[in-house]
Design a protein around this ligand. Structure first.
Ligand SMILES: Cc1cc2nc3c(=O)[nH]c(=O)nc-3n(C[C@H](O)[C@H](O)[C@H](O)COP(=O)(O)OP(=O)(O)OC[C@H]3O[C@@H](n4cnc5c(N)ncnc54)[C@H](O)[C@@H]3O)c2cc1C
Length: 249
């Protein structure tokens, strides 16, 4: 395997080095040196973005018809290495590296014409909104896993087997998932969760309720849900049982 660079790649390396030396000001380098996160502050990454944009190097991996350079893997490696070695800031990756290539591959002509130049120029800054812990997609996965476990238990019971400590697992996970769902309900209604309807039962209200009816039980469900991990055997006790009987700890 030949890992040495070609003459053209060496020339490119010199070109990148000159560019970085010219545009990476001491202020910018100092700011980046004092940046603890993998993401640079917007004012730093924007400044570097503009320098790269003026040179046409913001999105070199993009196809040329969209403002890229079709750089080879070796060129990309050289560029990244030279920037990192010099201590250059990173540019915001969401537009150039994440959504841009998706638009290039799957977007309509209208989307390409509108978004791609704005990503390149830095006029548009993108962010991503994937799931956070204990949000809907995670809860859905937990519920699917719980359902699979229930089906396994039912199948074991049908064949006369004793599911043993799996019942502790079901109690534990059901309690926690129910709490996660009720917490989500409270978060969804936002400030409405601060309205506490004191009368019980809720369905016997003889005056119009302050909140829309579907929202009425959400806060009481959340508060009541605190009990799930206590009654019927606390979660700590269920974990003890699982640890001893299932994991042999
Ligand atoms: C809303 C609600 C309704 C209830 N309804 C009923 C009902 O209808 N019928 C009924 O019989 N009971 C009912 N209970 C009682 C419930 O089952 C008990 O509260 C529960 O089993 C915990 O027992 P405890 O309160 O004695 O707590 P304890 O067992 O004294 O536990 C106290 C704390 O120590 C921890 N702990 C205890 N043992 C261990 C251990 N071995 N390892 C690690 N940590 C441990 C627990 O996790 C807990 O944090 C209800 C409780 C609530 C909150």
């Amino acid at each position: 395997m030949d890992l040495s660079f070609t003459d053209a790649e060496r020339a490119f390396q010199v070109e990148v080095r000159h560019f970085v030396a010219k545009h990476l000001t001491p202020e910018l380098k100092r700011a980046q040196d004092l940046t603890p996160s993998v993401f640079s502050e917007p004012e730093i990454s924007d400044a570097w973005h503009q320098a790269l944009h003026q040179r046409g190097w913001v999105a070199p991996a993009w196809p040329t018809e969209h403002g890229g350079y079709d750089w080879s893997p070796a060129q990309r490696w050289i560029f990244e290495t030279e920037c990192a070695r010099a201590g250059a800031p990173s540019i915001s990756p969401m537009g150039v590296r994440m959504v841009g290539p998706v638009i290039i591959r799957f977007g309509s002509q209208l989307q390409k014409d509108f978004y791609l130049p704005r990503i390149l120029s830095g006029e548009h800054i993108w962010c991503q909104g994937y799931s956070e812990p204990a949000r809907i997609s995670d809860i859905e996965i937990d519920i699917d896993a719980l359902e699979m476990t229930e089906l396994r238990v039912m199948s074991a019971l049908q064949s006369g087997e004793n599911p043993g400590a799996i019942s502790s697992l079901l109690k534990l996970r059901t309690s926690e998932i129910r709490q996660a769902v009720t917490r989500l309900g409270v978060e969804v209604i936002g400030q409405h969760a601060l309205v506490c309807e004191p009368r019980r039962p809720l369905y016997r209200l003889n005056e119009p309720a302050i909140l829309p009816e579907p929202e009425l039980p959400l806060l009481p469900e959340f508060l009541n849900g605190r009990a799930y991990t206590i009654f019927g055997g606390t979660s700590e006790v269920q974990r003890d049982i699982i640890a001893k009987l299932m994991l042999g700890l």
